[in-house]
Design a protein around this ligand. Structure first.
Ligand code: SAH
Length: 395
């Protein structure tokens, strides 16, 4: 009987959704390329990529997108200059298609930019009130009795930009950068999805040597290995939508098992080192948690001592920045020594992420390209130096 009701509910639920992948500023195009790579058409906006899809696409994008923050359903969008307009706009949406009776539906901290409505607690309260009213009507519940909320969670988000409200439902739960492998972190770790975005922006291919000479907790190495082996970044975690009663578990199981069968056994050449032996131990634990101990080599070493005969490799480094770990004089010396250590690696491409605007001078080389990114709230640049192309037999 229960199975029949669940089936009936699914039959009437919405099948196609307007979806949003949220991203850090500067990586929209990377996420757009990933979405297109899954065979889905999409459109870029600041900090988000818009696309459409069914539950299978919600499952695939959560499981596979390496550089995105979250996947959200866009429930509706309308103009809201007054609280009355906000209330009526939320009330008009088809909540019965999303929220089952008894579910929890917290309203996340509202965002309002360049809009008349800016009192965020009031925006949240009005939104909640309108959804409660709609659900009471939809499920024929009395208006004077509060709705019971003890079922699965559906987190609602309201964002108002230039008086236009967007009402969204988060499908992800904890942000996508939480892959589940980082059990410990060093002094200034990079988010996993930012590390993946930088690798995807680089010219590394899995047949080239990869080196992170300031590897800290090992994020770049682990993300590179997962890209190289085609391991879905969400393999070791779950997502909020998996608990929703109208989501067919078989869809997620299928997407997960397809992902498992797509892992390759390609040989990779990935090396991470760091001057600090303690962070190398942390990196080793993370690499083990990701199941990549046979793929990634780690050791305690200074980048000043790095020498190699290999060609066409790629270095990706997130060295200490002034603001974060070291004082200015020490940074000047460190970047200068880095320039000297990497200068002989003529065929290697080098990608260095730092907030230091005078990095090129200290490194003693002008970047072929610079790209503005954000490491959390800190503005940083990815300095890109391309190696000279050499065919292997010319060496
Ligand atoms: N991306 C890393 C964080 C890097 S923080 C992560 O996600 O965890 C910068 C790292 O540079 C620190 O771990 C620090 O120990 C290391 N470092 C500083 N000087 C170094 C040197 N001379 N050689 C190698 N590593 C160095």
């Amino acid at each position: 009987m229960l199975a029949f009701i669940v089936c009936l509910v699914r039959t009437f639920m919405k099948k196609m959704f307007d979806l949003i992948a949220t991203t850090a500023a500067g990586v929209e195009a990377v996420v757009g390329k990933e979405i297109k790579g899954l065979g889905i058409d999409c459109r870029l906006e600041n900090g988000r990529v818009l696309f459409q899809g069914d539950v299978e696409i919600i499952a695939k994008t959560n499981l596979w997108l390496r550089a995105a923050d979250r996947i959200k359903i866009l429930v509706g969008e309308f103009s809201a200059k007054t609280f009355e307009e906000l209330f009526q706009g939320v009330l008009a949406l088809d909540w019965g298609n999303y929220l089952p009776l008894g579910c929890q539906f917290p309203i996340a901290k509202a965002k309002s930019v360049k809009s008349k409505l800016h009192n965020e607690p009031s925006i949240q309260a009005i939104t909640k009130k309108a959804i409660v009213k709609k659900l009471q009507k939809h499920f024929h519940r009395p208006q004077n009795v509060p709705l019971l909320e003890n079922g699965p969670e559906f987190k609602i988000e309201v964002s108002i930009l230039k008086d236009r409200a967007r009402i969204m439902l988060d499908t992800t739960g904890p942000s996508l950068f939480k892959r589940g492998y980082r059990i410990d972190k060093g002094g200034a770790p990079l988010k996993e999805n930012m590390a993946a975005a930088i690798i995807l922006l680089s010219n590394w291919f899995p047949d080239k040597p990869f080196v992170d000479p300031t590897c800290g907790s090992g994020t770049f190495c682990i993300e590179a290995a997962m890209i190289g082996k085609n391991i879905a970044p969400g393999t070791n975690r779950h997502f909020a939508f998996e608990k929703w009663p109208w989501v067919d578990q078989a869809v997620m199981n299928k997407v997960r098992s397809e992902a498992k069968s797509q892992v390759t056994d390609l040989e990779l050449d990935i090396l991470g080192f760091d001057i600090d032996g303690r962070v190398i131990e942390i990196a080793k634990n993370n690499v083990r948690a990701a199941g990549l101990e046979d793929v990634i080599k780690l050791k305690q070493m200074r980048f000043q001592d790095f020498k190699t005969d290999k060609i066409n490799g790629v270095i990706i480094s997130n060295p200490p920045y002034g603001e974060r770990l070291l004082d200015d004089k020490a940074i000047d010396i460190l970047y200068n020594e880095m320039g000297k250590a990497f200068a002989p690696l003529k065929t290697w491409s080098q990608f260095i992420l730092t907030s230091d605007e005078t990095f090129e001078k200290k490194f003693n080389r002008q970047a072929d390209k610079k790209r503005k990114l954000y490491n959390g709230t800190l503005r940083v640049d990815l300095y890109q130096f391309y190696g000279q192309r050499v065919k292997r037999e010319d060496k």
